[in-house]
Design a protein around this ligand. Structure first.
Ligand SMILES: [Zn+2]
Length: 327
């Protein structure tokens, strides 16, 4: 027998924050005026506006309250689906930069060239069962294979938790696949493939046409903003550091992210990307693992920035306003 659904779940009371607090702030404003001191700034109307904004954002969160058995099951299914897709992404990461077909022939061990048995091709599990080695030649299987599978699974599950079954979810799934393939190819080959960024930009534009999405125009402006900003940084980075810091691949990747995230989203994504790259290289230099001259691919950082912005962008903006602007 199943337990009765948990009813009467009380959402966080918004009232005190958005209505009582402005009242007190306004009282302070009133009193400060009576006292003849410098008038207290009018935060209350700003806070009210912010309150209305927050409410809008809360509504489009897929699963926020009342976890059900069904949602748990669908989350697990999305994780498994992600593992399977991740396995295909590994094929793309290996074959696309080598100019090979991604549908034919079936997977082979790159070391001994023997075909991989279906039972040895189960995402994640096969890697564990084979203890990371080819069954035929015992050559080690690089760790990025299970890592890509696990990451895809986790990100798909996260996207479902965040957006529920929606257009955003579909968009997120496409974006995650593109970003993972671009990231791992960039890590191995230090290049960002044109076919990925161009197909990505076109599919982002196409998905922006679907109902329930912000305007198509936002995607177009996002493409221009993302591309131009990266072009600007690439140009000035080269002049400043006297070495090529970014290629045209990064510029096209910026445009692609703009197609998916729109203009605000892409600005946040690029900002976060550079912040992460800065923290990473500063840490690397401090720990003497990197030098000022060592090459750092930007693709992975921009990809991470794009994912954070896509998943938590509005929440981050609210947090920033609350902690840094309103306090
Ligand atoms: Zn082998």
């Amino acid at each position: 027998m199943s337990a009765p659904p948990f009813e009467g779940r009380c959402p966080l009371p918004k009232g005190p924050v958005f209505f009582v607090l402005p009242f007190f702030l306004n009282s302070a404003r009133f009193l400060s005026r009576v006292g003849g001191k410098k008038p207290f700034p009018n935060f209350s109307s700003l806070l009210l506006k912010l309150g209305l904004k927050k409410a809008e954002i809360k509504e489009d969160n897929g699963i926020e309250s009342g976890e059900t058995f069904r949602e748990t099951v669908v989350t697990i299914l999305f994780f498994i689906f992600g593992l399977a897709v991740g396995s295909f992404l590994n094929v793309c990461i290996y074959r696309l930069p080598r100019g090979e077909s991604i549908v034919w022939p079936p997977s082979r061990c790159p070391h001994c060239d023997r075909p991989i048995r279906p039972l040895d091709n189960i995402p994640l599990l096969s890697y564990l069962m084979l203890r990371g080695r080819c069954r035929d030649c015992q050559a080690p299987i690089p760790l990025h294979y299970p890592a890509v599978e696990a990451l895809t699974g986790i990100l798909f599950a996260l996207l479902y938790r965040k957006f529920g079954l929606s257009v955003e979810l579909g968009m997120g799934v496409v974006l995650v696949c593109l970003l993972l393939v671009i990231t791992f190819i960039d890590l191995h080959f230090k290049l960002i493939l044109n076919k990925l960024t161009v197909i990505g930009t076109v599919s982002g534009l196409f998905l922006a046409l679907l109902p329930g999405r912000p305007a198509w125009l936002d995607a177009v402006v996002g493409i221009v903003a993302g591309g131009l900003l990266m072009l600007f940084i690439a140009y000035f980075g080269e002049a400043l550091f006297k070495k090529e810091s970014m290629g045209m691949g990064d510029v096209k990747m910026g445009a692609m992210i703009g197609a998916f995230l729109g203009v605000k989203g892409v600005l946040m994504a690029l900002f976060l990307g550079f912040l992460l790259a800065g923290i990473f290289s500063a840490g690397g230099i401090l720990m003497r693992k990197l030098s000022r001259k060592s090459y750092l691919p930007f693709g992975p950082f921009i990809a991470a920035g794009a994912l954070i912005s896509f998943l938590w962008g509005p929440a981050l903006v609210n947090w920033y306003l609350e902690v840094w602007v309103l306090s």
